[in-house]
Design a protein around this ligand. Structure first.
Ligand code: 6R9
Length: 709
């Protein structure tokens, strides 16, 4: 057996080596079966791409051969008030046996990310360039008090004023500030204002409950809250300030004083939300953003925390993931520029649909685009409101060039058919990105062919709150080889992935021509990696560093014979049927490839003979709603058999009437599905369901249990 001792040559090779068996397809919808469908980078995109395959491969190699030199020159793009020590660009320990887990980047350097996002751009002459374009919940809606657009100079002015107002409320360097706002430009501005004065922001998604917000305020020990009065989401008005006010009271009851009180953005008008009475330590945003006096930049040590973002695991309280100023800044700026082929040309318009309540909104709304001087849309609504054509109309109206969204949105929109898409032009689009979950090949193909008219490449980007920025994604460079639907493909600069054997913990050598499956780990420290869990470093070490020398992602992955990575989902989502490890994502892809299926989620249920059996929750497309039943179940079983394996054929099909239970960030909540599958109509003790987007779906699933095929 030929063993490649280290993954670098393989990964670098994978960047540039098109495989002969991948076909080049015409722009017409190809008749090729999905498994043979590996389209090349579209010619129209290739013609304008700034990246080249050689350049990408060289950058990757340089980032591994000389990480210090590579990242120091990336860091040189930004302003450092105090230069970092070039003889000690980073130090790290990934081995618990060798002492505490740590990573430190740009030691001794002092900088400020908000300064680099705004002041630096204005000084460079971008003051008049559009920074934010607000797109509200309702089409054509405007905000009573906020502007619909901000140039870089206007964003800087507002950030300075809010920074000064926060200081006046006693917020100082190192204090935590909790943000509870809708997806409006002022949310990003609030993050930047905190960063400007060295306060650590913790953004809580505006869909969370009072208790979830209160526990995050208390856990972070926040000294101030920035909220909005409310938000329209779809047809509903959500009383954000009502929730925040109660959460504030509850956090105070739990012993967190929140001495700086609250600043509230007046987003709605009297008709939707009569002006509430505020307490003495609460103030309207528009009344406090009066002057830039006192808004001087606080220069931060590179390792000073920038933000805490709470992320829920399968067990225990949410973890407060901590990111550090310098490394996160350098990583976010580099990632946005390189992965998406630098969407910063004069007419480029970036549109990431993620909320700043998630890491995607931090890195690819608040920070990455601004560090690069991009123009972007900030969308307050949802893709399905008022109908499934909304995103495409936004694209046409603002001439969006780069769209970054989640598989859950793509599948939901696909369910409504092609018409809402094809009735729009989308001629401005250049690139389509996906993040959050494995994207099944069928949805990938629809995204590329129907949404992107086969002119736009699809970037399936794998990463995590903890990694700070994208780690595995296809290369958007001419000559980098065809893209494989459903594969995140190749590591980005600085990322050294590997697979560990789940049974032995041993690293599986990367060998071209050999497939492997295992636990996805990262071997080399990178600037934007999380530094700790807030107040609980032991939890950080236990969760992510249980294998000496590796950062454990918690995801499973397959490496194909070309060396490309396919994420198979969280390791907890592997079901062992008769001794076979089945990644649920693979079977789900097979089911979703059936034209009647909109979405599918597989879980394991205990089985006397097989150990576990597969139980499938399936939502049908609108056109196929009447087809639920034994006949369709039979067809789907055959499909799973044919596409994955005989033992991967689900025993049970549960027809989910309106959808699957998802977290507010769009991830399917499998913990709940496992319980319903195992316990049926008598299910109880579903645990914490506060992060569910639509709790009603759970009741429907329980009620529909009897109708399973
Ligand atoms: C960015 C983000 C992280 C988890 C991650 C994985 C899943 C994200 C993915 C993907 C397959 C992709 N995930 N992107 N799985 N393909 N392109 O979503 O961060 O909210 O922390 O979730 O999401 O399971 O471990 P976060």
């Amino acid at each position: 057996m030929r063993v490649t001792p280290f993954v670098l040559p393989l990964a670098a090779q994978a960047l540039v080596a098109p495989r002969p068996h991948m076909k080049r397809l015409s722009s017409q919808r190809p008749a090729a079966a999905l498994e043979d469908y590996c389209p090349p980078l579209p010619e129209a995109f290739e013609a304008q791409a700034a990246l080249t395959a050689d350049g990408a491969a060289e950058a990757y190699k340089a980032s591994l051969d000389d990480p210090s030199g590579f990242w120091a020159s990336e860091a040189d793009r930004y302003h450092w008030q105090t230069p970092f020590d070039r003889s000690n660009v980073y130090s790290a320990n990934f081995k618990r046996s060798a002492g505490p887990i740590a990573a430190r980047w740009f030691e001794d350097g002092a900088t400020n990310i908000a300064y680099n996002c705004l002041d630096r751009q204005v000084e460079a002459g971008l003051g008049d360039k559009l920074c934010f374009i607000a797109e509200r919940n309702d089409e054509g809606e405007t905000s009573p008090l906020q502007p619909e657009t901000y140039t870089y100079a206007e964003a800087l002015e507002e950030t300075k004023k809010l920074a000064a107002a926060l200081r006046a409320r006693g917020v100082k360097k190192g204090d935590r500030v909790a943000l509870f706002m809708p997806m409006v430009p002022e949310l990003a501005i609030a993050m930047l204002a905190c960063a400007r004065i060295g306060a650590v922001h913790t953004v809580v998604f505006g869909g969370f409950s009072r208790d979830s917000l209160a526990s995050r305020i208390a856990s972070a020990g926040a000294t101030c809250v920035i909220a909005a009065d409310g938000v329209r989401r779809g047809g509903k008005v959500i009383d954000l300030w009502g929730i925040a006010k109660d959460a504030l009271a509850s956090a105070r009851d739990q012993g967190t004083p929140v001495a700086g009180g609250a600043v509230i953005l007046r987003r709605l008008d009297d008709a939707a939300y009569p002006e509430p009475q505020l307490a003495a330590d609460e103030a309207w945003w528009h009344n406090v953003v009066t002057s830039t006096d006192g808004s001087d930049v606080e220069w931060m040590a590179a390792e000073d925390p920038l933000f805490i973002l709470y992320t829920s695991g399968s067990t225990g309280a949410p973890k407060g993931i901590v990111h550090a100023t310098g490394g996160y800044m350098v990583g976010a700026g580099h990632s946005f520029r390189t992965v998406f082929d630098a969407p910063v040309r004069a007419d480029d318009v970036w549109f990431c649909t993620a909320d700043c309540g998630w890491i995607t909104g931090h890195t690819y709304v608040a920070y990455g685009p601004l560090l690069n001087g991009a123009t972007q849309i900030v969308f307050e609504g949802v893709p399905s409101w008022p109908d499934a054509g909304r995103l495409w109309r936004i694209v046409d109206q603002h001439k969006v060039t780069h769209l970054y969204t989640a598989p859950t949105a793509i599948r939901a929109l696909m369910r409504s058919g092609d018409d809402p898409v094809t009735s729009t032009s989308r001629a401005s689009l250049k690139l389509l990105g996906s993040v959050g979950e494995p994207i099944n090949p069928e949805a990938w193909r629809w995204y590329r062919e129907v949404v992107g008219d086969d002119r736009c490449p699809v970037a399936d980007t794998w990463w995590q709150t903890e990694t700070g920025v994208i780690q595995i994604a296809p290369t958007m460079a001419s000559g980098a080889g065809p893209h494989k639907p459903g594969a995140a493909m190749t590591p980005v600069a600085g990322c050294v992935p590997a697979l560990l054997d789940a049974a032995t913990g041993a690293e599986i050598p990367a060998v071209i021509g050999e497939e492997a499956k295992g636990l996805l780990v990262l071997k080399q420290p990178w600037p934007s990696m999380a530094r700790t869990c807030w107040g609980d470093h032991e939890r950080f070490e236990n969760t992510y560093f249980s294998y000496d020398g590796y950062y454990l992602t918690g995801d499973g992955a397959r490496r194909d014979a070309d060396g490309h990575y396919w994420i198979t989902g969280r390791v907890d989502d592997v079901v062992v049927v008769s001794g076979h490890n089945i990644g649920t994502a693979e079977v789900e892809s097979a089911l979703v490839a059936h034209p009647a299926v909109a979405e599918a989620a597989l879980v394991g249920v205990p089985h006397d003979v097989k150990g576990s059996a597969l139980y499938a929750f399936v939502t049908l497309t609108q056109d196929a709603e009447g087809q639920a039943g034994d006949e369709l179940a039979k067809e789907l079983k055959l499909r799973a058999r044919a596409d994955v394996a005989a033992f991967a054929s689900p025993d049970t099909f549960h027809w989910a009437p309106t959808g699957l239970p998802k977290t507010r960030s769009g991830k399917i909540m499998r913990r709940i599905l496992r319980k319903i599958a195992a316990e049926g109509a008598d299910v109880s003790g579903l645990g914490d369901t506060s992060t569910l987007a639509d709790p009603g779906i759970v009741d429907e699933l329980i009620a529909s249990h009897a109708g399973a095929s």
